[in-house]
Design a protein around this ligand. Structure first.
Ligand SMILES: Nc1nc2c(ncn2[C@@H]2O[C@H](COP(=O)(O)OP(=O)(O)OP(=O)(O)O)[C@@H](O)[C@H]2O)c(=O)[nH]1
Length: 931
């Protein structure tokens, strides 16, 4: 029994002494140190214990301990598995250089070289390899590898490279250790491994190349990296992929060449290192070969035998270059980069539609960017904005351009117009309807008298019911045919029309007094009727008067293209007398004739639609509106929307106050049931239900408000009249006159009309007695007129509306002032400038309080004069503490009108009591400076 020492046995079995000691300790055998002796039984035990694992672990152990030992330590101590690119490049480079030298011949020998080279490309994308020629053989390669290894070890570079290789390489092909590493050759375990040594393919490389399995699977055989990629290995179709099988040409494949990622990697094609490394080349084949898989040694090596196991190495997967086969990686890159490259082509120019002004937030929303990002971007450009800041179209466009978005200006849609839009009626549904007629003419030419005459004539002619009420419109029956007359002033009817563009009348009766001839309002009426493109019938009135001159009227009207038929024209002239009723019948006949020519038709079998003629608020009945049904039939119970009002028709009466249940086209009716008083000229529509009616009204309110605001921007005032005349914007100066008595209204009217000149015609569109009311202002607003009040003032509502709609209201007490102003305005000489004129100063000497009065100040006029009705400001240390009026001005106990320089006085300020000694009083007046 020979006893040997532990270290001797360790040496013999190529194990560490401590391993043996551990085995002994595990078996409760005392072993103090490596110098301890052990018996044969113990040796046998040790051999037995260490033999089995040794057999399995040997290759791994040897590989790692001998070949990769430097890395192993590195892997243990540092997260080397996660190689970064720098490290890759620096670390792998020397080894690769070595490979390059070794493998070039191999690349020459076999067509597959480049394929393997692709796999090897995992290591790097370094172009340096491309240039490196090498004609050395495999033996040389081995030697050089050895040299490289030893050299590198000296410098420490190898450690890096192998670290890189080991930790990162997917492909075993990439592992220098396998191809040329001396450690492998030296490893007893490996050389002793029967499976490996016996494998002709591994030992004697050529066999591998000829292996049918490999030949049939060129892709796999040649793509070690592929084998390393679990995903690929698992893909059943991969082995059969012809593209892979033909991989030798991979580097030159057009598809690959075109792929930017690959095209830039010359190392792939030229990296002979891997191509030349048979062991590496064969690796993938091993993965697929049952013989290898079944080999215990290999099976124990998951990395080699079971390729998927490699995929589990996180470092491999993570390594950008080494972790993936370059070509595969390239493919991935290609896949991901392809759409990137094509993106610009696919991009279409984005267009957004924006209004004239919008907030940054709204723009950001449209651009689909974060509003804060937009704010930041603008801030960086030096534009400080907030998200709620309004910007104009130009700036929005500029900003949008930076996001490659084109802006288009939003077209403003007239919502109300859209709401009121009507589709054309089917001709088959149309039925004749009565004409709607309005009477127009100059003041006092007999419009009202004529309308009365027609109405009375009509009543006399047998119309039942008689004249019962005045609803602003009425219907006359002429031999079974009806005519609807609007007896609202012609201008107002046209005003309504202008407001909504709706045609309220079909025919205009122009009343011209035979004894007066054509007057300004006659001309105006002609113009309105022409603008409305409606036929005009001229009624020459007051022919009963001795001074009547029909021919003169005809003559004068020819100037306005109204030529009588008997003079060869097409205008109907009917001489009438409202007093004697002469010609009334003819006039009515002519109206019917004209209507007939006009073929007035409407569809009565549809929802009603029409105009508001008049509306008022009745204390008992609520809002009452006179409507002219223009289309369809309005029925009791219908839901209607009228401008900003809506409701349900509760009751309906005709012009003769008879209760009716329905009204067809051209019928004026008075209705109850609206929630509010609508405006004359508003359009009404019958709706399906209450909800629709309300929605319509709400839209009308919101839109109408905006419309009013826009309209009021361009309102006329006397101040800018001249400018507008000069600009050609104003050809007519519309005036509404309201006075305390009719006489003064008339006087003013006549005087103003005479101010007409070549450039502008003064038109009094409305005149009346009483305060300026809401309807005056609305009319002025719609007609762009100014209101002149003579000894009257606007009531509260009228003032509010006038302010809101910017209607110019001018108030006078002397007729000539009004005339002067209008004349001066027309000549551009209006608007005297008022400026403050200081008239005196005083100094407060004493103050005292009186109950019921407040603070009374005793003062002294230092200069100028103080008047009872002047304005004053109280200055304390030259700071204005009060500005207003004097409540009283006294000398001793007497009220005085004024106090002059050098006199003492007492005063009280209006609603201000904080008067103190030494306060200064400055008296001033507003003085008018003529322009
Ligand atoms: N002789 C005579 N006088 C008439 C005739 N028609 C109207 N008049 C008178 O002329 C004056 C004015 O008549 P109106 O009917 O008020 O005239 P108008 O055009 O309605 O006047 P405004 O409402 O102020 O615009 C009245 O005094 C009428 O009596 C007529 O045919 N013959």
């Amino acid at each position: 029994m020979v006893k040997i020492r532990i270290h001797e046995l360790a040496k013999e079995i190529n194990k560490d002494s401590k391993d043996i000691i551990k085995v002994l300790t595990d078996h409760n055998i005392e072993a103090k140190s490596h110098m301890s002796t052990i018996s044969d039984e113990e040796i046998a035990l040790i051999r037995k214990t260490l033999a089995a694992p040794q057999e399995q672990e040997k290759p791994k152990a040897s590989r790692i301990s001998k070949v990769y030992h430097p890395q192993n330590s590195g892997m243990k101590t540092s997260p080397n598995r996660n190689f970064n690119t720098d490290r890759n490049q620096s670390g792998v480079q020397p080894a690769r250089d070595t490979q390059t030298r070794q493998e070039h011949p191999a690349a020459k020998q076999g067509e597959r070289r480049p394929v393997a080279a692709q796999a090897a490309d995992n290591k790097s994308m370094d172009n340096r390899h491309v240039e490196k020629p090498s004609e050395t053989g495999r033996m040389e390669e081995k030697k050089s590898t050895d040299r490289s290894f030893s050299d590198n070890r000296k410098t420490g570079e190898y450690q890096k490279s192998t670290e890189t290789a080991q930790a990162g390489r997917l492909a075993q092909a990439s592992r220098p250790a396998q191809a040329g590493r001396p450690a492998q050759d030296n490893r007893p375990a490996q050389t002793n491994r029967p499976a490996q040594t016996n494998r002709p393919a591994q030992a004697g490389r050529p066999a591998q190349d000829n292996r049918p399995g490999q030949a049939n699977r060129p892709a796999q055989a040649n793509r070690p990296a592929q084998a390393g990629r679990p995903a690929q290995d698992n893909r059943p179709g991969q082995a059969n992929r012809p593209a892979q099988a033909n991989r030798p040409a991979q580097a030159g494949r057009p598809a690959q060449d075109n792929r930017p990622a690959q095209a830039n990697r010359p190392a792939q094609a030229n990296r002979p290192a891997q191509a030349g490394r048979p062991t590496q080349d064969n690796r993938p084949a091993q993965a697929g070969r049952p013989a290898q898989a079944g080999r215990p040694a290999q099976a124990g090596r998951p990395a080699q035998g079971n390729k998927p196991a490699q995929s589990n190495r996180p470092n491999q997967g993570n390594r950008p270059n080494q972790g993936r086969r370059p070509n595969q990686g390239g493919r991935y890159n290609q896949r991901s980069s392809a759409p990137m490259a094509e993106k610009p082509k696919e991009e279409t120019i984005k267009v957004i539609i924006i209004p004239e002004s919008l907030t940054i937030k709204e723009l950001a929303d449209k651009l689909k960017v974060n509003s804060s990002a937009l704010v930041k971007k603008l801030f960086l450009q030096g534009k400080v904005v907030t998200i709620n800041q309004e910007i104009d179209f130009a700036l929005a466009e500029e900003i949008a351009m930076e996001y490659d978005v084109i802006c288009e200006l939003e077209e403003k849609i007239d919502v109300i117009e859209e709401l009121l839009k009507e589709e054309e009626e089917d001709a088959s549904t149309l039925k004749p309807r009565p004409p709607v007629v309005c009477v127009m003419g100059h003041v006092d030419h007999g419009k009202t008298s004529l309308l009365d005459a027609i109405r009375k004539e009509n009543v006399i002619s047998g119309e039942a019911g008689g004249i019962t009420q005045h609803i602003g419109a009425y219907v006359v029956d002429i031999k079974g045919e009806k005519i609807t007359f609007l007896d609202t002033p012609g201008h107002e009817a046209f005003t309504s029309m202008r407001m909504r563009g709706a045609m309220s009348t079909d025919i205009a009766i122009l009343v011209v007094a035979a004894d007066d001839g054509v007057m300004p309002q006659t001309v105006e009426a002609i113009n309105h009727a022409k603008a409305a493109k409606i036929p005009i019938i001229v009624a020459i009135n007051k022919i009963d008067k001795p001074s009547a001159n029909i021919e003169r009227v005809k003559q004068e009207l020819t100037e306005y293209e109204l030529i009588p038929e008997d003079w060869g024209g097409d205008t109907i002239f009917v001489p009438v007398s409202a007093h004697t009723k002469e010609g009334i019948g003819t006039l009515l006949e002519m109206i019917l004739l004209t209507a007939e020519v006009g073929e007035l038709k409407e569809n009565p079998d549809r929802k009603a639609r029409g105009l508001v003629i008049e509306a008022r608020l009745d204390k008992g009945k609520g809002p009452i509106a006179t409507l002219l049904v223009q289309k369809g039939t309005l029925k009791v119970g219908d839901h209607i929307a009228v401008g900003s009002s809506y409701g349900k028709v509760r009751a309906m009466t005709d012009d003769k106050a008879r209760k009716i249940r329905s009204a067809g086209p051209s019928t004026p009716v008075e209705i109850l049931g609206l929630d509010n008083v609508p405006n004359a000229g508003d359009i009404f529509v019958a709706t399906d239900n209450d909800k629709d009616a309300r929605r319509f009204a709400e839209t009308f309110i919101s839109e109408g408000r905006e419309r009013l605001i826009e309209q009021t921007k361009a309102k006329l005032s006397l101040e800018d009249l001249f400018t507008q005349i000069q600009a050609g914007d104003v050809k007519e100066l519309n005036i509404i006159i309201k006075g305390d008595v009719q006489g003064s209204v008339e006087a003013l009217k006549q005087s103003l009309l005479k101010l007409s000149n070549e450039e502008v015609v003064v038109k009094v569109i409305h005149g009346g007695v009483g305060a300026i009311n809401e309807s005056d202002v609305i009319l002025a607003s719609a007609s762009n007129a100014i209101i002149i009040g003579f000894n009257v003032r606007p009531d509260h509502t009228a003032k509010e509306i006038a302010d809101k709609e910017k209607v110019n209201v001018r108030l006078y007490r002397v007729i000539y002032n009004a005339l002067d102003d209008v004349e001066a305005a027309m000549k551009g000489m209006l608007d005297p400038v008022f400026q403050e004129k200081v008239i005196g100063h005083a100094l407060v000497r004493q103050t005292f309080k009186a109950s019921g009065v407040g603070t009374i100040a005793g003062a002294y006029v230092t200069d100028g004069i103080l008047k009872r009705d002047c304005s004053v400001r109280l200055l304390r240390d030259n700071v204005v503490v009060y500005e207003g009026k004097l409540a009283s001005l006294k000398r001793f106990k007497d009220d005085v009108k004024e106090v002059r320089d050098g006199y003492e006085f007492g005063f009280v300020l209006e609603k201000y009591n904080d008067i103190r000694e030494d306060d200064q009083v400055e008296a001033f007046e507003m003085e008018e400076i003529p322009r």
